[in-house]
Design a protein around this ligand. Structure first.
Ligand code: PLP
Length: 455
């Protein structure tokens, strides 16, 4: 199947020859206007619900009702090791070994837990490299980690995170300490990667050049695999290589990458990664997230970590000893026992990924998003431009459309026509045709609506 100029008006033929088209009916598609299915292009924000989710969740509710605490062992899917049902499918999605993968917590929580182990600043090597345009939670997380280390290393100081005294930090107020760090505590320990003047996205060569230049001073490089705003996908392999050459630790936030692009966390030699499962992984609102820790750190029990009983050796966990013995691998970073109902929902989705496979999904994704890009460019309206990189290897399914002058009314008009897309301040409409459940027909209808709304 190829998308050519002459066949642009025939999305039905693309859909009929799409081997993944059958997966659409496995998802509940929200309604838009006039009782029609919405054009759902916000799978980059919250993925759709697999129709099997109620059955998966109900199984656990039923076992809870009939077995009570015995469900930990006797449930059809015993709860004690429930997270293990998710490990292998998740490992395949991120290109990792099972020992490197665990499903737990939420994304920002996992970033913090992993930074406890992998951000180890010293006097000489203490900086963190992030994107200037990183998702705010990542910025808050790294700044608060820097603030934590900065203040903790000062005699008599307290760890404050990013809250300043002026903002009413209760710890500061209570102690009346002058050593409280300001809101941008450790700001000088942050290296922010900015696009070149007038450009929306970063050049790989600029990222690598910064890493090389700042080399000795970098403790950690923490970038998104795919940027949430621009949709730019980074060359994670090259960044990991450059980071390691500089002596730094390299981690990625895969929120917009997991289930969206093909990943090879193990082969790319990334140190750690964290992601959420409510976007492309369709685990549901607030779904449980994931963490990757490269195999070479699996048995490094000297790494500092925040411990909890679920990370303790499974054979002796219930002996209730006071000495923490971490499970080798990513599971050793677990803290609490897992949320079974959330995991049941995610399991329903991961089974669809197992059937579809990331390679086939990526292939369709490139066609679907390429088709969308062609149709948007054909509208040829100077008020809009796609800021996402053109090269398929530098993006996933999302296209970010910049609206000149930040006129939000265009977004409002397309939404009123049955499109679910989102607006990100100051001037971007994000649209993400997801290969598991979006069709070429969706893309074609969207382009027609966009054109009309621009009229
Ligand atoms: C790139 C990125 N990082 C962090 C977060 C925050 O995730 P959570 O609320 O699960 O911690 C999000 C949420 O959308 C995100 O897109």
């Amino acid at each position: 199947m190829t998308v050519t100029d002459s066949s642009q008006n025939d999305p039905a033929s693309f859909d009929s020859s799409d081997p993944l088209a059958k997966f659409r009916e496995r998802f509940a598609i929200p309604l838009g206007v006039d009782g029609q299915e919405a054009i759902y292009f916000t799978g980059n924000s919250l993925g759709l619900m697999p129709r099997a989710v109620p059955e998966y969740v109900f199984q656990e509710l039923k076992d809870w009702a009939t077995l009570g605490v015995e469900g930990h062992i006797q449930a059809k899917n015993p709860w004690l090791a429930y997270h293990e049902f998710l490990t292998e499918p998740m490992a395949r999605i991120i290109g990792a070994k099972p020992i490197e993968t665990v499903v737990m917590n939420s994304l920002t929580v996992n970033l913090h837990l992993l930074m406890v182990s992998f951000y180890r600043p010293t006097n000489e090597r203490r900086k963190i490299v992030i994107e200037k345009g990183a998702f705010p939670s990542d910025q808050y997380a790294v700044k608060s980690q820097i603030g934590f280390h900065t203040s903790a290393s000062e005699p008599g100081a307290v760890a404050t995170g990013f809250l300043s005294k002026a903002e009413g930090n209760p710890v500061a107020t209570a102690r009346g300490s002058d050593s409280i760090q300001p809101a941008n505590a450790g700001g000088s320990d942050l290296i922010e990667l900015k696009p070149r003047d007038g450009e929306p996205t970063l050049w790989t060569e600029d990222i690598l050049e910064t890493i090389e230049r700042e080399g000795d001073s970098i403790a950690l490089i923490l970038l998104g695999g795919v940027n949430y705003y621009t949709g730019q996908g980074f060359d994670m392999k090259a960044i990991a290589e450059a980071g390691h050459k500089a002596g730094a630790v390299v981690g990625f936030d895969l929120a917009h990458a997991a289930g969206n692009i093909e990943l090879k966390m193990h082969d790319w030699d990334v140190d750690f990664a964290a992601w959420c499962s409510y976007k492309y992984l369709n685990g549901g609102p607030g779904a449980v997230g994931g963490a990757f820790v490269h195999e070479r750190h699996a048995a490094d029990f000297d790494l500092p970590r925040f411990a909890g009983w679920w990370g303790h050796d499974k054979n002796t966990r219930f002996l209730m000893g006071s000495e923490f013995r971490p499970i080798p691998g990513a599971e050793g970073w677990q803290i609490s026992n897992p949320p079974i109902l959330q995991m049941a929902a995610l399991r329903a989705s991961l089974e669809i990924f197992e059937e579809a496979g990331m390679a086939a999904l990526t292939e369709k994704s490139r066609k679907l998003t390429g088709y969308l890009e062609t149709l948007i460019n054909d509208i040829a309206d100077e008020r809009i431009s796609v800021i996402t990189p053109r090269e398929p290897e530098h993006r996933g399914c999302q296209l970010s459309i910049r609206v000149r002058g930040g006129d939000k009314s265009l977004h409002e008009r397309i939404v009123s026509r049955g499109v679910l897309a989102d607006w990100r301040e100051p001037d971007v409409i994000r649209v993400a045709p997801v290969p598991l459940y979006n069709s070429f027909g969706d893309v074609f209808r969207f382009a027609g609506i966009l054109k009309e709304c621009l009229r």
